[in-house]
Write a protein that binds this ligand. Sequence first.
Ligand code: HEM
Length: 143
Amino acid sequence: MYMIVKNIHLTIISLTFIFFIINFVLTIKGSDKVNNKILKIGPHILYTLFILTFIYLVSVINLYPFVNGWASSKLGGFVLYILSITFALKWAKSTVWRIVSFISAVFWFVMSARLGYADHLKVNNQDTNVYIEFGQSMLTLIC
Ligand code: HEM
């Protein structure tokens, strides 16, 4: 099951990237096709499904954002990827800013993907049980 979800994770994020490239090209060209329903709603559905996949994955391997550095960095990369996409497609008022945001989106996409393969950083050094056991044994000693 884990491997299936991991592959879905990769497929969905790749699809968001493809959608982004198509939307970006259409926006730069000033094409009306950018208002196409599938191009508009598709990415939102994909982002929602993607969030479900990473919630499942982090809970299985027990590496949570805000607790573990690797998971926090991946979440940060994802948020910046989405923000850059929103900038490139909606908020940017000139082509220069659209291109800057495009480069930013590609950068955060690549960084998050690279982090996905950085096994040496997937270290769970937040073993709270150790601290609880230590506290309990100290209390036992004192009492
Ligand atoms: C732009 C965003 C993201 C990209 C491009 C991305 C990409 C990847 C890649 C390439 C892998 C490695 C797959 C493999 O080992 O075969 C991966 C795995 C994984 N990702 Fe993401 N990911 C992103 C966002 C996130 C977020 C936000 C989280 C959660 C905080 C997350 C959690 C995970 C987990 C738990 C794994 C499995 C690690 C393992 O099994 O060792 N990912 N991701």
